[in-house]
Design a protein around this ligand. Structure first.
Ligand code: SIN
Length: 331
């Protein structure tokens, strides 16, 4: 990197002070910072600008929005999820989901039946085989955390990528929230893909990842149950770079929760590449963070984002219910 033409001037007090901001010449570049792994740099993440501007220009007929992250997340105002919304409103919410990738709704005291009814407007719902459901409505997965049941969803992942057809969206309703903590973070996986070097993009273009439910859910099953579930849910292969079925955009589609390895690589190569790829989700500029309040509802595009439920509230109680909409086979 060429040196910045910064002058050092001397104040009346004798203190030395630079004439230029150190970021002045970084508009289109990043500054590498020395670390053991050599992959830290600071400076603008310029590739976000185009999508951010696109989102700046969107307007909606049926709701107002408050944006959260640069390219991800919007709170929708003026929608009541308890009522049977018109097809027009549902179509606009669907479009907003594709654009903002995750939608937030506050103060929505919906019943479980209303929750299911809203989610069903976007497709059929799946039943999760490894997490208990709502007693009356098994389409709702229930996360009921307390001093005895720990939150362990605190790793970056998309849901159920171990399925042949992972869910395309999820609607999560907060029934009880802890006084502090328990936020959910979301990462824009289009931005994560676009932030890779051209060389790395080329390397992973046709690569395949093997997904396995037992990585995160195997520990709770005895040998017999594991055998039965393995027959029902064999390991599945999905592309590392997925094309979104509706937007046509490419996104990074690997996560540590469910990917056991990258196909046709040695275990060492696979581990190293997975580390590099999964680290993309941890880049703060690609993320937004949601602070729950009771009866908030969050709707995410499970293809376009990964999420991370902060597990910082134990031993307090946090109760959520989630409906997941059946998706397509990734390509
Ligand atoms: C999950 O779907 O991983 C749970 C998210 C949450 O509880 O915030």
């Amino acid at each position: 990197m060429t040196a910045i033409d910064t002058k050092i001037r001397t104040l009346d007090t004798g203190e030395k002070i630079a004439t230029n901001d150190p970021g002045e010449f970084l508009k289109a570049k990043r500054l590498p910072i020395h670390t053991a792994t050599g992959d830290l740099s600071v400076g603008p993440i310029g590739h976000l600008a185009q999508e951010r501007r696109r989102l700046d220009n969107l307007t909606w007929d049926n709701f107002e929005v408050t944006r959260y992250g640069a390219t991800i997340g919007a709170e929708l105002h003026g929608i009541d999820l308890r009522v049977d919304l018109s097809d027009d409103v549902i179509a606009e919410i669907h479009q907003a989901l594709l654009d903002y990738k995750v939608l937030f709704f506050r103060d929505q005291p919906i019943t479980s039946a209303q929750h299911v009814a809203f989610a069903k407007r976007f497709g059929d719902l799946e039943i999760h085989p490894f997490i208990p459901g709502n007693e009356d409505l098994p389409e709702l997965v229930r996360f009921e955390k307390s001093a005895d049941v720990a939150g362990y969803e605190n790793g970056w992942h998309s849901d159920v990528t171990w399925r042949e057809c992972p869910s395309k969206g999820a609607v999560l309703h907060a029934i009880q929230v802890p006084p502090t903590g328990g936020d959910t973070l979301f990462c824009d996986m289009y931005a994560a893909y676009e932030g890779l070097s051209e060389e790395l993009k080329e390397r992973i273009e046709t690569m395949v990842a093997v997904h396995d439910y037992s990585q995160a859910f195997g520990h709770q099953l005895d040998e017999e149950a594991q055998k039965e579930m393995r027959i029902k849910y064999p390991m599945v292969e999905h592309p590392v770079v997925r094309t979104h079925h509706e937007t046509g955009r490419k996104l990074l589609y690997v996560n540590h929760f469910f990917v056991s390895h990258l196909k046709d690589l040695s275990p060492e190569e696979s581990d190293m590449l997975m580390e590099k790829l999964c680290r993309q989700a941890t880049i703060l500029e690609y993320q937004c963070r949601f602070r729950w309040t009771p009866d908030s509802v969050v709707f995410w595009d499970n293809r376009a984002v990964q999420h991370y439920a902060a597990s910082d509230y134990w031993p307090d109680v946090r109760i959520m219910e989630r409906a997941s909409i059946i998706g397509e086979r990734p390509y």
